[in-house]
Design a protein around this ligand. Structure first.
Ligand SMILES: *[C@@H]1O[C@H](CO)[C@@H](O)[C@H](O)[C@H]1NC(C)=O
Ligand SMILES: *[C@@H]1O[C@H](CO)[C@@H](O)[C@H](O)[C@H]1NC(C)=O
Ligand SMILES: *[C@@H]1O[C@H](CO)[C@@H](O)[C@H](O)[C@H]1NC(C)=O
Ligand SMILES: *[C@@H]1O[C@H](CO)[C@@H](O)[C@H](O)[C@H]1NC(C)=O
Ligand SMILES: *[C@@H]1O[C@H](CO)[C@@H](O)[C@H](O)[C@H]1NC(C)=O
Ligand SMILES: *[C@@H]1O[C@H](CO)[C@@H](O)[C@H](O)[C@H]1NC(C)=O
Ligand SMILES: [Cu+2]
Length: 706
C-alpha cells in the first residue's frame, strides 16, 4: 500500500477527513455549496445551506481591470478616463465598493460585497451557514442579530461568549432556526469590526403571508461612516480624543449633542451610507457626487421598506423627501399596530419596517437618515450628517443619478411633524412632536404579553461611564466587561476573570460581569442611564430573547426641552459617589414589578431599545432559552470599552455543544492543561494512542488478508 493511501486510511480510521483547503475555496465559487444569495433559501425547504467568505477589499477599485475609479455626477469612471464613458457593466458594478466615494481604502467584504449579501429565509427553516475567514490579520465571528437561537446558543456568534473567534483561514459552521420572522441582520461580534463592513441583512418571512404585506419591498441598511479610520484607530480616538489634524492651528473635534443635551462620544462622522453607498458632503450643500443606492418605484403603490441600523454610534431620524408621512409597521422582527408619522428614529442595532405610499408627483426623491445631532451646530462646523438613497419613480424620465441635497418636510405649529421612537421628550411649543417606543403596541402573532404580567425577579442595570481620575470606562453597574480567555458558554470552567470584591457601590471594576437567571421565571430588567457617568446615548441589545417594553421613564427638562435633572423615579442612594452601581426604585412600593403606568396590553416586543439619557426603560421576558447571552450597548465603541455583560441563563440546562466544537484559551508552559467538558489533554492523548493502535492492527490484518 502506498504511503499516502496508508496515511489517508489512518486519518479515516481516526475519524478525521482531510480538508483540501484549495477545493474548499472553490466550493464557494463553483456552487457545490452555494455562496449565500438573497434567493438561496426557498419557501418550503426545511434546511438551507450556504457560504459566507470574509476578506479585506479596497473601495473605489475596479478589480477586474486593476483600475482605480472616481465618481462624478452619481456615476463611476476609470481614473484615467478622458471621455464621458461611465462604467456601465451591470455585472461588475455591484462589486465595485464605493462607500462615500472619498478615497480607495481597505474595508471588510463578505462574498466580495459591502454590505454582505442579503440572506432571506422562512420562519422555522434551519439555516446552515458556513463562514470562512480569509482576512490575513483579523480574527472574526458572525452574530445573527435578532435570531433567538432557541436551543443553539453555540451559534450566537459572540467571540469569547459563545465561541472561539475564527483565525485566518479558519471556517465555522453556524446552524440555527430562522426565528422570529421579520427584519434582522448579521454582523461581526468582535472588537469594532462591524464598523468596517462585516454585516448584511437577514430577512425572515413568516410561513403564512401577513395581511399587511405589500407588493414589493426594499431593504436599507444604514451606517455612519468615517473614511479615515479603521476599527482599531476609531477605538483609540474614542479613548484619547479626535483632532482636526489638517487644520492650522490644529483643534480638538468637540463631541456633539442631541436637542435635549444628550451626548455622542468621540467618533467623527464623515458620511452616511445606505447599502454601502453614500456621498461625502465637503460643505453643508456640496457633496462629492458619489453614486447612491437606488430604489425604483411605480406611482401610487404601497412599498415596504425594511430599515436596519448597522451604525457604529449615531442614531438617525429617517424620513422620505417630499412625502409628509410614512407608516411604521414593525420593529426588530415584531409587527406593530401601524403608526403613521413624518419620520422615525433608528438607533444602532434596531430595525424598523415602514410602508410608503408613492402618491407624489413622479420624480427622484431621497430616503433620508439624518443624525440626531443639533442641526445648527453641525452646520456651523460646515458639515451635514446624512445618509441618503434615491427613490426613483419610474414614470419620471430620465432618472437623475445625482440629486441635490434633500429638502426636509415642512413642519409648522399647526401641522406638526410627528417623530416616532424619540429618545427624549420635546417641548410642546416645537413644530415637531414625539412618540416614544412606549407608544407602540404589538400586532404580532408571536407576541404573548400575558406571559410576563407577573414578575418573579427584578434587576437594575445602569449603562453609563462612571468613575474618576481618568478611569471612566463603559460599564454596567460599574463593571467594565472583560471578555473571558475562552468562551463562557462552551468552556465555563476556564473563566479566569470572575468579578470579585473589587466591585462595589463606590468602585469601578474590570471583570467578566454575569448575572445568572433561572429557567421558567419571568424577569423584569430596569435599564438606566443615570448617576455620575450618565449622559451618552445607549441602545441596549439582549441576545437570545426579545423582550416586552413595559415602560420608558425620562429625565426632567426645562422649557426648551434641555435635560436639567435625571428621572425622580430612580434612586442612586446606594454608595456615596453617585456612580449608581446599584440603582433602585425611589418609591419602594414599585418593587417586584409593581410599577405604575406599565403597558400591560398589546405590549410591543423588540430586542434592542434606547435607554433614555437621564431616564430608564423597563423590559420583561421569560427565561425559556438556556444559554450564555450577551447583553450590551450596541454602540460598537461603548461595547468594546466594556459596556456589556452576560446573562447566564439556566446553565444546568445548556444544550450540549456540537461534537468537536472548537476549544481555545491561554497557553502557559507551566500551567494546567487546557480542559474542556471534563476531557483533558491526557485523555485526548490516551484516545489518540488507542486509535493509532486500532488503525495499525486494522492495517496489519488487512495486509495479511491481501
Ligand atoms: C487607462 O489605463 C489602462 C490601464 O490601467 C489602459 O489600458 C488605458 O488605455 C488607459 N486609458 C487612457 C484613456 O489612458
Ligand atoms: C475626501 O475627504 C477629505 C476630508 O477627509 C476631503 O478633503 C477630500 O476633498 C475628499 N475627497 C473626495 C473625493 O470626497
Ligand atoms: C396603501 O395602503 C393603505 C393602508 O393600508 C390603503 O388604505 C391604500 O388603499 C393602499 N393603497 C394602494 C394604492 O395600494
Ligand atoms: C414653526 O412653524 C411656524 C409656522 O407655524 C414657523 O413660523 C416657524 O418658523 C417654524 N419653526 C421652525 C423652527 O421651523
Ligand atoms: C409611591 O408610589 C405609589 C404608587 O404609584 C403612590 O401611590 C405613592 O404616592 C408613592 N409614594 C410617594 C412618596 O411618592
Ligand atoms: C387589558 O386586557 C385585559 C385582559 O385582556 C382587559 O380585561 C382590560 O380591559 C384591558 N385593558 C385595557 C386598558 O385595554
Ligand atoms: Cu453606549
Amino acid at each position: 500500500m502506498a504511503p499516502t493511501s496508508t496515511m489517508f486510511l489512518l486519518l479515516l480510521v481516526m475519524g478525521v477527513i482531510p480538508v483540501k483547503s484549495q477545493d474548499h475555496w472553490e466550493d464557494t465559487r463553483t456552487g457545490k455549496i452555494p455562496a449565500c444569495l438573497p434567493e438561496t433559501c426557498r419557501k418550503g425547504q426545511d434546511i438551507c445551506e450556504c457560504f459566507l467568505t470574509i476578506e479585506h477589499r479596497l473601495t473605489m477599485m475596479y478589480e477586474k481591470e486593476k483600475s482605480l475609479v472616481v465618481s462624478k455626477g452619481g456615476r463611476l469612471y476609470r481614473f484615467n478616463s478622458t471621455e464621458n464613458n461611465p462604467i456601465a457593466n451591470s455585472d461588475d458594478l455591484p462589486f465595485i465598493l464605493t462607500l462615500d466615494g472619498n478615497t480607495s481604502r481597505v474595508v471588510i467584504a463578505i462574498n466580495r460585497l459591502f454590505p454582505g449579501p442579503q440572506i432571506t429565509a422562512y420562519e422555522d427553516q434551519t439555516l446552515i451557514i458556513h463562514v470562512r475567514n480569509l482576512m490575513h490579520t483579523d480574527s472574526t465571528t458572525v452574530h445573527w442579530h435578532g435570531m433567538q437561537q432557541l436551543g443553539t446558543p453555540y451559534s450566537d456568534g459572540v467571540a469569547m461568549v459563545s465561541q472561539c473567534p475564527l483565525g485566518h483561514g479558519q471556517e465555522f459552521t453556524y446552524k440555527f432556526k430562522a426565528k422570529p420572522h421579520g427584519t434582522s441582520f448579521y454582523h461581526a461580534h468582535i472588537g469594532d469590526q462591524r464598523t468596517m463592513g462585516l454585516y448584511g441583512a437577514l430577512i425572515v418571512y413568516p410561513k403564512q403571508e401577513l395581511p399587511s404585506a405589500t407588493d414589493e419591498e426594499f431593504v436599507a441598511v444604514i451606517q455612519d461612516w468615517n473614511h479615515d479610520d479603521d476599527a482599531s484607530t476609531l477605538y483609540q480616538r474614542m479613548l484619547f480624543g479626535v483632532f482636526n489634524q489638517n487644520q492650522n492651528p490644529k483643534t480638538r473635534y468637540v463631541t456633539t449633542n442631541s436637542v435635549d443635551g444628550g451626548m455622542y462620544s468621540r467618533y467623527k462622522f464623515h458620511s452616511g451610507i445606505v447599502n454601502g453607498k453614500g456621498r461625502y458632503y465637503l460643505t453643508p450643500s456640496m457633496h462629492n457626487q458619489a453614486p447612491l443606492t437606488e430604489f425604483e418605484v411605480d406611482a401610487n403603490k404601497n412599498y415596504t421598506f425594511r430599515v436596519i441600523s448597522a451604525a457604529t454610534l449615531y442614531p438617525f431620524r429617517v424620513y422620505v423627501e417630499g412625502h409628509p408621512t410614512l407608516t411604521v409597521v414593525a420593529s426588530d422582527g415584531f409587527a406593530l399596530k401601524p403608526i403613521t408619522v413624518e419620520s422615525f428614529v433608528i438607533n444602532p442595532g434596531e430595525r424598523y419596517d415602514f410602508i410608503l405610499l408613492t402618491n407624489q408627483s413622479p420624480d427622484d426623491y431621497l430616503l433620508v437618515a439624518e443624525t440626531l445631532e443639533v442641526e445648527s451646530e453641525i452646520a456651523r462646523r460646515g458639515e451635514y450628517h446624512v445618509a441618503e438613497a434615491i427613490i426613483h419613480y419610474r414614470e419620471k424620465k430620465p432618472r437623475n443619478p445625482n440629486p441635490s441635497k434633500p429638502v426636509r418636510n415642512r413642519c409648522t405649529a399647526t401641522n406638526k411633524c410627528v417623530i416616532f421612537n424619540c429618545p427624549y421628550l420635546l417641548p410642546t411649543s416645537a413644530n415637531e412632536s414625539c412618540l416614544t417606543y412606549n407608544d407602540a403596541r404589538t400586532n404580532d402573532f408571536n407576541s404573548a404579553p400575558e406571559d410576563v404580567s407577573k414578575v418573579d425577579q427584578e434587576y437594575f442595570f445602569n449603562f453609563a461611564f462612571p468613575g474618576e481620575h481618568g478611569f471612566t470606562p463603559g460599564s454596567v453597574n460599574g463593571h467594565q466587561f472583560v471578555p473571558p480567555i475562552a468562551p463562557l458558554y462552551s468552556q465555563p470552567e476556564d473563566l479566569t476573570t470572575v468579578c470579585d470584591s473589587n466591585c462595589a457601590d463606590d468602585k469601578i471594576c474590570s471583570c467578566t460581569y454575569t448575572q445568572t437567571i433561572e429557567n421558567g421565571k419571568v424577569y423584569q430588567f430596569t435599564l438606566t442611564n443615570v448617576g455620575r457617568g450618565k449622559g451618552w446615548s445607549h441602545p441596549v441589545h439582549l441576545h437570545g430573547h426579545s423582550f416586552y417594553v413595559m415602560k420608558m421613564g425620562f429625565g426632567q427638562y426645562d422649557s426648551h426641552g434641555i435635560l436639567t435633572n435625571s428621572t425622580p423615579d430612580i434612586s442612586c442612594s446606594r454608595g456615596s459617589k453617585e456612580y449608581c452601581n446599584s440603582p433602585i426604585w425611589a418609591n419602594e412600593t414599585w418593587n417586584g414589578g409593581n410599577v405604575p403606568n406599565l403597558v400591560l396590553n398589546d405590549t410591543a416586543q423588540k430586542d434592542t431599545i434606547i435607554v433614555p439619557t437621564h431616564g430608564y426603560v423597563v423590559i420583561r421576558f421569560k427565561a425559556d432559552n438556556p444559554g450564555a447571552w450577551f447583553f450590551h450597548c450596541h454602540i460598537d465603541l461603548h461595547n468594546t470599552n466594556g459596556m456589556g455583560m452576560v446573562i447566564v441563563e439556566s446553565p444546568k440546562l445548556y444544550p450540549a455543544k456540537p461534537k468537536n466544537f472548537p476549544i481555545c484559551g491561554d497557553f502557559r508552559s507551566n500551567s494546567q492543561p487546557l480542559t474542556s467538558s471534563g476531557s483533558t489533554l491526557k485523555d485526548d492523548w490516551k484516545a489518540f494512542v488507542s486509535t493509532v493502535w486500532a488503525a495499525i492492527a486494522f492495517l496489519v490484518i488487512r495486509n495479511i488478508h491481501v
